[in-house]
Design a protein. Structure first.
Length: 379
């Protein structure tokens, strides 16, 4: 299948669901909705139950949800449209929390410590506040205004964290939130002119690690941040320098493995990476996909001492199973299936797929050998 940007699928496909979540063993999916079905607002439980919500018409309504306490919470994304409701599902009943501000591309990621939740904003437009969920929803202003300042949010050592992304140069603030205040830590010593510096964080104990992304070449450093002493170190990767490197990393047995996200107009983003968190050594490996275009390896998960990477939004690329030394153990093409982010449920890899030919939606279930065990139709 010829490469197509995910933005094109937003316009040409009827994708109602992409996010799969586990709530105390019960799988569910909040509404996503692309341009051709932007009126879709149904929460689906994978056992067949569903709940109709009042969210209005919008594209990509939800990109992040969490179980906080016993309640399901999901927050607005809305890449092109303003979606201004946080949704809480309590005992099967929706509760809506209206935000006092508007924006687009608002919240891409959310983390929880089990009793509270937080999201640092992505913010395509007019969103420079974090969302704090502690029974109610509070907006927490960021210390600086800007566009697409952050992306991933994680919880570690009593605080929520997000690495600097930034659509404009010179933004380098790692932010933390402790439930009361946002504290910033400038990351000095990297190429500050590079935009979209980092996307996500890998938590290892009380230490944060972030693989470089970078909209252009020139950013090749892993950030290691000690959350106990609030100090960081930079580790230059022993890999080729290319644009749009790593959107996520998977931690397996002391190693962080990353696969390339990819750049639209060049053919050099075929390098995966293995970073050893003990020795700080790194090396590259060739994934064998050198065509131009965003590979969209932005979703990965660990199972049985291997990393599994899913090409979210790009059916032209395979699922890859990678060993801790960077060996490609298995690759699996899904043909017409476009998939979201995977989860591990009952020791099985599960992911929501959309068939670009039939328009069917299903939960695809794989074992550790990437054999398709079953397909649960949902839409």
């Amino acid at each position: 299948m010829k490469y197509k940007a995910f933005e094109d699928w937003y316009r040409e496909a009827e994708i109602k669901h992409l996010i799969l979540q586990d709530a105390n063993g019960k799988l569910f999916s909040p509404p996503f909705a692309t341009e051709l079905c932007k009126d879709y607002s149904t929460l689906k439980y994978i056992n067949g139950d569903q709940l109709q919500l009042d969210l209005g018409n919008a594209t990509s309504k939800t990109n992040a949800c969490e179980l906080i306490g016993d309640d399901i919470w999901f927050i607005p994304y809305g890449i092109w449209d303003q979606v201004n409701k946080v949704v809480q599902i309590k005992n099967g009943v929706p509760i809506y929390h209206a935000l006092s501000f508007k924006g687009k591309g608002q919240f891409y990621s959310m983390a929880t410590n089990g009793s509270t939740g937080f999201s640092f904003p992505l913010g395509y437009e007019d969103t420079n506040v974090g969302l704090y969920i502690n029974k109610t929803v509070s907006s927490i202003p960021l210390p600086i205004a800007g566009k697409k300042l952050h992306m991933g949010t994680v919880y570690c050592n009593g605080r929520y964290w997000s690495m600097p992304r930034g659509d404009d140069p010179n933004y380098n603030l790692l932010l933390s939130f402790n439930g009361n205040d946002i504290v910033s830590y400038p990351i000095e010593g990297i190429n500050n002119a590079v935009t979209r510096k980092y996307s996500d964080i890998i938590v290892v104990g009380n230490t944060l690690y972030a693989l470089p992304f970078g909209e252009t070449e020139g950013l090749n450093e892993v950030v290691e941040f000690d959350t106990i002493h609030n100090i960081y170190k930079l580790h230059k990767l022993n890999i080729p320098d290319f644009a749009k490197k790593y959107n996520c990393g998977v931690y397996v047995n002391g190693k962080i493995i990353g696969l390339p996200y990819g750049e639209d107009y060049s053919n050099d983003s075929n390098w995966g990476v293995v970073f050893d968190t003990a020795t700080k050594e790194s090396y590259s490996f060739d994934i064998g996909l050198s065509f131009g275009g965003k590979y969209r390896y932005r979703s990965g998960i660990a199972l049985d001492n291997h990393a599994y990477f899913f090409p979210s939004g790009t059916p032209s690329c395979p699922i890859l199973k990678i060993s801790v030394d960077g060996t490609i153990v298995k690759e699996k093409y899904l043909g017409s299936w476009l998939v979201g982010r995977p989860i591990i449920h009952n020791n099985i890899i599960k992911v929501i797929g959309y068939n670009t030919k039939t328009k069917a939606q299903a939960v695809l279930c794989f074992n550790d050998s990437l054999e398709l065990l079953t397909q649960i139709d949902i839409a």
